[in-house]
Write a protein that binds this ligand. Structure first.
Ligand code: IMP
Length: 196
């Protein structure tokens, strides 16, 4: 099996990517197994941050690397919180503070359109001139009162059109099937089927 380093310490992501990429002969290993510290994410776009994380992991390990970056973009806020989604309400990061800030920002705004974004980058080496980039978007709207206890982050406030439910109310498998991350992964896998 070919080793692939995941530029994340998240155990859930490691398990999910490991299962999905095993058929392509990849053994997915966390960057912590190589003592790779977290990369800086200095950019204002998801794709630039995902590339920076993947390149950092590939450079430090000499292995192919996979990175992801994701967040929420609200149309009336010019795409905020965007790449700052995890820490929108300040440090230390807190879903409750992030959601409180989002609702305060939207208090007098009628246009509640928003979308989640996920970008995946798979780099064969740190100098790969053509990394595989897969992006997913999930569109919905932000409501004022939270509903549901599934998911995480902004999910209790993110209403999924056509379902009458927030992401936090959707069954887990349904979220994975429809989500920005699920879509990006499906695209990445389709691309891998064509050969790396
Ligand atoms: P990360 O890229 O997994 O670190 O996610 C960045 C931030 O975006 C998270 O901390 C959440 O605030 C937000 N986010 C990304 N994906 C989701 C999601 O599926 N549901 C809710 N919030 C999300």
């Amino acid at each position: 099996m070919k080793k692939l380093v995941l530029a994340s310490g998240n155990a859930g992501k490691l398990r999910e990517f490991g299962q999905l990429l095993a058929p392509f002969d990849f053994e997915v290993l966390p960057q912590s197994a190589f003592n790779v510290p977290e990369a800086d994410e200095p950019h204002v776009t998801f794709v630039e941050n995902a590339i920076a994380k993947a390149r950092h992991a590939a450079l430090q390990t000499g292995l192919p690397a996979l990175a992801d970056d994701s967040g929420l973009c609200v149309s009336a806020l010019g795409g905020a919180p965007g790449v700052f989604s995890a820490r929108y309400g300040g440090e230390p990061k807190s879903d409750a503070r992030n959601n409180a800030k989002l609702l305060a920002d939207l208090a007098s705004i009628k246009d509640r359109r928003a979308h989640y974004v996920a970008v995946l980058v798979l780099m064969r080496s740190a100098s790969d001139p053509q990394p595989i980039i897969a992006q997913g978007e999930w569109h919905g709207e932000i409501i004022d009162a939270p509903r549901g206890d599934g998911g995480f982050g902004y999910d209790p406030y993110f209403l999924v059109p056509g379902t009458g439910m927030t992401v936090a109310e959707l069954p887990h498998e349904e979220k994975n099937r429809r989500s920005h991350r699920g879509q990006a992964l499906a695209l990445l896998i389709a691309r891998l089927r064509l050969g790396m």
